[in-house]
Design a protein around this ligand. Sequence first.
Ligand code: G3I
Length: 322
Amino acid sequence: MIADQTLRMAADRRNLLVGAACSPHLIAREPEYVQTLAREFNCLVAENCMKAAYVQPERGRFDFGPADRLVAFAEENRMRVRGHTLVWHNQMPEWMKTAGFSREEALGVMRDHIRGVLAHFKGRVFCWDVVNEALADGGGWRTKSPWFQMIGPDYVEAAFRFAREADPDVLLFYNDYGMDQPGSKADECYRMVRDFLDKGVPIDGVGFQYHLGVENHLDRSACAANVRRFRELGLAVHFTEMDMGIRKPITDELRSQQASEYANRVGIALDAGVSALVFWGFTDKYSWVPSFTKGEYDEPLLFDSSYRPKPAWKAVFDALAS
Ligand code: G3I
């Protein structure tokens, strides 16, 4: 790798954000982690430490320590910060989901959480995944979400309204997986955000996660058209959580296939006018994929576990630099 050839430089030349999910405890302890992150990315997102379980572990007691360290690191290294995430069915503190709140109480809890977090990070976090993964895989709302159960389906639009009240300037995103390719979930999300826009619900963008294994070949023009229709509603689109696990046993051929599939994803983003490309981590040393897939998949990211750039890095760099 040549010093002036980094993803960050290639993205800067295109006026694009290229980001990675990361963790403050790794920034604190691992120099190579720090160097790679600051050298290659102009944007970061907290993999976990801005989620509700961490920032409001007890009702009314906010703990922003780790998240503040992450934001300070970003500022020192001139990186933008994506906020992830305000309202999600996962990584909620116990008190938030088990206190048996009425609808009105739950709306108050949600509003106070959103206000507390947005007030704290005002001006330092440029966009938030206001609601994460509210749609079910099989269609319709994710009815098992505690938020859905406490409030009903309008919790999603309520969250956006609370967020806009709390900060008129920050960009508000809906973020989900499983809509990366044309299909029923993408259609459902499209209808939801179009309805929000019709009703005046404040929303600025949609995040497509892009957690897909290497075997999922994506049709570039169909995926770009799927994404572009959201852009045509006037919304920004970010690819928010890209990774690409390889099913074991892993071979060099599969690593090359991973590289070309990554280039294809960058191509989709560029074709569709996506303004941020965020990877869900950057080194294979730390990824949620092996544990989540019980060891079936590994090596999902752009750098190997010794921080060496992989063929996937080169493919993404070339696609951005082209
Ligand atoms: O904080 C505890 C720690 O105290 C404990 O010692 C340790 C032992 O397992 O667990 C720690 O919590 C883990 C947490 O990550 C922080 O490391 C949880 O067990 C683990 O389940 C949790 O996983 C995170 C997952 O979200 C939770 O659903 C992953 O790191 C994170 O990558 C993943 O990110 C999500 C996005 O937010 C939304 N989209 C999907 C994506 C992948 O699932």
